[in-house]
Design a protein around this ligand. Structure first.
Ligand SMILES: Cc1ncc(COP(=O)(O)O)c(C=O)c1O
Length: 346
């Protein structure tokens, strides 16, 4: 929590209060577009909010003793948030990553004083994510008193986003449609709680990665990180989603690069995927629909993937824009999707 408004500034005061930015042409014709909430402008990204709140609540409840160790599984952004929370509240932090963790994130975490423990083999069923969770369990057993924030199932990860919702209401007046990428489910659930109270006609559109099992598709190895999951986090508020879209890596790359060259704002896989969906909604819904999309982080972490021509060429991701319309399925069992696909839930 931010408790000081005069210097010296509390580090926590740098979290939140991020701007919204209008995304339009060439994603939508003149007069249409959507509002992007630029969470990259937090010191570490969107998960600074979750990490600070979870650590504050755990300390208040006595689950996390002063100076005790924090251990968590993360592919990156939440690790940056925990690094910040560890410095603010004086806790050593260990994050369990896998070989897909970008070098930039690994080095930054180390610079922020975090110990990075890397698993070397995926779990035969639950993939890298389950392998990381198993390693966290082993570390907790080795270190009595250590605390695991468990961002996948901890309801504080949802409640952490109440302020983000308040900011959107302050900035936009009201929100008709919210477009969120889904990983742990934390920010989609947390922001929706408040926005639905404020506007009963509100709808939530979830964006997942192809190959993610969150919304009932089979789990496959995935290039995209941040959004998507090979396990089923309890924080995903399934009942809140009005529709789900799955987006493929080449579609996210096209959107990120087009955003960069036309709007000087961009991010990673989740920003690209959310943009594919939010811009389609902006093109097809009534022009006065107020659409907000959450951009969880910035581009830096993706300089060796989304913004690397060699990587993109090797993975067949270059110059392949999404179709004008998504494919449609009625249930997740109807087909295994491999490109942008929509499923309406209600
Ligand atoms: C870059 C990025 N985008 C999107 C997400 C998904 O957010 P959530 O876990 O709140 O569903 C994450 C989660 O780690 C992330 O790191």
């Amino acid at each position: 929590m931010c408790t000081q408004s005069i210097p010296p500034l509390n580090l926590a005061c740098l979290v939140g209060g991020t701007p919204v930015y209008r995304i339009s042409d060439p994603f939508a014709p003149p007069g249409r577009g959507f509002w992007a909430k630029l969470e990259a402008l937090n010191p570490g990204g969107i998960k600074d909010r979750a990490a600070l709140h979870i650590v504050e609540r755990a300390r208040a409840r006595g689950d996390l003793a002063p100076g005790a160790m924090i251990v968590e599984s993360t592919s990156g952004t939440f690790g940056l948030g925990l690094a910040l929370a560890g410095i603010v509240y004086g806790h050593p932090v260990t994050v369990v990553g896998d070989p897909g963790m970008e070098a930039l994130i690994h080095r930054l975490l180390t610079a922020y004083g975090v110990r990075v423990d890397t698993v070397t083999e995926p779990h035969p069923v639950g993939g890298w994510q389950q392998a990381r969770l198993d390693r966290v369990a082993a570390l907790l057993a080795e270190h009595p008193g250590a605390y695991c924030p468990n961002q996948y199932d901890n309801p504080d990860n949802v409640d952490a986003y109440a302020r983000l919702a308040d900011e959107l209401i302050e900035q936009l007046g009201h929100v008709d449609v919210l477009v969120c990428s889904v990983g742990t489910g934390g920010h989609s659930a947390g922001v929706t709680k408040a926005l639905r109270r404020h506007n009963p006609r509100f709808s939530l559109v979830g964006v997942d990665a192809i190959g993610s099992t969150i919304f009932g598709q089979p789990s496959r190895p995935r290039l995209m990180r941040g959004l998507g999951s090979s396990v089923h986090p309890r924080n995903v508020a399934h009942e809140e989603f009005d529709e789900i879209h799955w987006v493929a890596p080449h579609e996210a790359v096209w959107a990120c690069r087009t955003l960069a060259s036309t709007h000087y704002v961009t991010g990673g896989w989740s920003v690209g995927a959310v943009t594919v969906v939010a811009s389609w909604l902006a093109r097809t819904m009534p022009a006065d629909t107020r659409i907000a999309a959450i951009f969880p982080d910035g581009p830096a972490r993706y300089y060796t993937t989304v913004y690397d021509d060699t990587y993109c060429a090797e993975h067949g991701l270059m110059g392949r824009p999404p179709a004008d319309e998504p494919d449609e399925i009625k249930t997740p069992q109807e087909a295994e999707v491999s490109r942008w696909t929509r499923m309406v839930k209600r």
